[in-house]
Structure formats: structure tokens, C-alpha cells
Design a protein around this ligand. Structure first.
Ligand code: AMP
Ligand code: MG
Length: 344
């Protein structure tokens, strides 16, 4: 079956009237890709079951993978969740607006399709001025997963969204490149103890500093068993898989360079740190400095898209350190590698 293509309006947030136009599209039940500080999101009215169902269709997203609801002030929260746990209040105080998503018991106003049938809902208060302005103008909480086709790297630029969603959504608005570059940290308050479901720019170390104990879902670092039930449904899907076969190499720089040069050949690429490129005898795509986990996060998804465009067949990716923001980068890369890791 071929899906009917629709007209996609393109906007630039710098142009007058563009925020209002996008807000109107959302108020009328439409879909719009909007910039946030983490990655671009594909937004719809979170209270509108039909609009949210259309998000799943446009992305080709499995129906059991719930959406994150975006707000622009704390008052909006009371319509979305049943109650706000103490831990969530503490984190909101410190990290909202910002790249942190919190899962709480959902209110009846949130349709089942939005939460993929779960009794809980994921909420985030983004800091990006364009995202906030659109939520404010529309006066709606916006359900917005990443604005990519399901399975492809998350979009960190307007161009990535156009590549994936042109003809599938009502609007895409350009607000520049996302500065964080990886999706939000997700912490769940739906159970007895807080659990980190997805690492991001707000680090596990920072969460523990505020809350004391925070468990880490094993899906963060490990491959799930076939059919395993998980707290964060998104973690079970193959993510960000480039067309090439990717292997993650855990080694220091010298060992990594030696290994890759020994395996040089046609179609072989290195996904490496900036400092390593000139010492490698294969084609390279860099994803930031070895010494900056924030830079690595900012560039990782664009680097994965570049790898795809380059026609690479075999990719040796240098593993980031899995601490701080590096844990988020590692979590995305190990999925891109289909959990194929070599430790030297
Ligand atoms: P995305 O917006 O594409 O970054 O994906 C949203 C992520 O949030 C997915 O991995 C979901 O599994 C996770 N998520 C959203 N709502 C919930 C929820 N109620 N419980 C657990 N995980 C959730
Ligand atoms: Mg996503």
C-alpha cells in the first residue's frame, strides 16, 4: 500500500508569524516537526487521540512505544499527571526547563494512544525558545517523539527532518541545530524507586546527587532478551542502525588506531574522535573531541547519518567513555552497533 503524500509547509522560526502558523496547525489537529534542545520533535496535541495516532503513522513507529508530552510551565502538569512525586518536584526545580523527561502516573485526560496503553506518562519541559513559544502559542501540551522515521538516527537539524518527513507531516520549522544532540534523559517515578530508563545530557551522577538512590534499567547498557518485558518500550527496538555493519571498539586511542589500520580496506570507515582522524588510513567520520562528552553527544547522530550517506560498508566506531554524558553517547552507539563490541 502506498501512503498518500501530503503537502508539508516549511517555516523558519526567524520569520515573523511562523510560530503562530505552526501553533495553528497543531491546534487544528496537525503534525509539525519542531526544534528542541535535545533533538527535533514531531509534535501533535497530546490530548487529541487521532492527532497522536497520526504521529505513529508518519514515523512508522510501533504503537506500543509511548510518546513524551512537552509543557511550557508547571501549571500544565496538573492536567497531565495524577500527582507529582517529591523526587520529581526536586528534579523539576533543578533541571526544568531542560533535557530531562520524568515518568509519572497519567491523568485521564491523556489518551491511551499517547501513553501506548501504559498507566503512566512521560513529561518534559524543554528549554528551547522555539519549542516553548509554540507550546505557549498553541496553549496545548505537545506529544513529541523524535522527528525521524522510526529506526533512523534522531534528527538534530531541520535538514534531517526534511529528509525523513517531507510529504508525511503538515509542517517542519527550522530553529537551527539542536545543541544537546541526544534525546532527553528519562527517569521513571512510576514505581517504588526512581529508575533511569534512558541516559542523556542530565547525567546519572547528577540525578543521584539530587535523589540519592537511582536504579539503572539494564536496558541502558545491555541487549534485551527476545520478548522481554521492559519499563521503557523504546529500548527494545533496534535503533539508529546505519546500513553498514558497525562494531564498537573499546580501546585507548593508540590501540584503536592500530586496530583500524590493520583492518583497512574498501568500504571501511572509522567513526572516531577528532584527534584521531589524521592518523587513520581509512575514510573517517568524526564525532567530537575525545575529551568532550558534550561535543560527542552533539555530533553523534549527524555522524551516523553521514556514515550512511558515505556508502560505508564496515565501520569501526571508537567507544566513548560510559560516564557522565558519555553514558548517553555509549547507549546510542551500542545500539547502532547492534551490541557488537570488541574490547582490545
Ligand atoms: P522518543 O520521544 O522517540 O525519544 O522516545 C520516547 C521514549 O520515552 C521511548 O523510549 C519510550 O519508551 C519512553 N517513554 C515514554 N513514555 C513512557 C512511559 N510512560 N513509561 C516508560 N517509558 C516511556
Ligand atoms: Mg526516537
Amino acid at each position: 500500500m502506498t501512503k498518500k503524500r501530503m503537502e508539508t509547509l516549511l517555516f523558519d522560526a526567524k520569520n515573523e508569524g511562523s510560530i503562530e502558523a505552526v501553533a495553528n496547525i497543531l491546534k487544528n489537529g496537525g503534525l509539525a516537526a519542531i526544534p528542541t534542545e535535545t533533538v527535533y520533535g514531531l509534535a501533535a496535541n497530546a490530548f487529541d487521540a487521532e492527532a497522536c495516532a497520526n504521529i505513529f503513522k508518519a514515523k512508522g513507529r510501533p504503537g506500543d512505544n509511548p510518546l513524551i508530552v512537552h509543557i511550557c510551565n508547571m501549571e500544565m502538569l496538573s492536567d497531565i499527571v495524577e500527582e507529582v512525586p517529591e523526587g520529581a518536584k526536586k528534579l523539576a526545580e533543578k533541571y526544568w526547563p531542560g533535557p530531562l523527561t520524568m515518568i509519572m502516573k497519567k491523568s485521564e485526560k491523556i489518551p491511551d494512544v499517547t501513553s501506548a496503553g501504559l498507566p503512566s506518562v512521560a513529561v518534559r519541559f524543554p528549554s528551547h525558545p522555539v519549542a516553548r513559544a509554540i507550546i505557549e502559542k498553541s496553549k496545548l501540551p505537545l506529544a513529541a517523539p523524535s522527528a525521524n522515521l522510526s529506526g533512523s538516527p534522531s534528527p538534530t537539524t531541520f535538514e534531517h527532518c526534511v529528509h525523513d518527513l517531507m510529504g508525511r507531516v503538515d509542517a517542519i520549522i527550522d530553529g537551527g541545530a539542536s545543541s544537546v544532540g541526544v534525546e532527553s534523559t528519562i527517569i521513571s517515578f512510576a514505581g517504588e524507586k526512581p529508575v533511569l530508563l534512558r541516559p542523556g545530557y542530565v547525567t546519572l551522577e547528577q540525578l543521584r546527587e539530587e535523589l540519592g538512590e537511582v536504579e539503572v534499567s539494564h536496558a541502558v547498557l545491555e541487549k534485551l532478551e527476545e520478548g522481554e518485558k521492559v519499563l521503557s518500550p523504546g529500548m527494545k527496538y533496534k535503533h539508529y542502525a546505519p546500513k553498514a555493519k558497525v562494531t564498537l571498539i573499546k580501546a585507548d586511542s593508540e590501540e584503536y588506531i592500530k586496530y583500524v589500520n590493520e583492518h583497512a580496506g574498501e568500504g571501511v570507515f572509522a567513526l572516531c574522535f577528532d584527534e584521531e582522524a589524521e592518523k587513520l588510513n581509512v575514510s573517517t567520520v568524526c564525532y567530537g573531541s575525545e575529551f568532550s562528552d558534550a561535543q560527542q553527544a552533539e555530533h553523534i547522530f549527524d555522524a551516523l547519518r553521514k556514515i550512511d550517506e558515505s556508502g560505508a560498508e564496515r565501520v569501526f566506531a571508537h567507544s566513548p567513555k560510559a560516564t557522565g554524558i558519555g553514558l548517553a553517547v555509549y547507549n546510542r552507539l551500542i545500539r547502532a552497533a547492534g551490541f557488537d563490541v570488541i574490547e582490545l
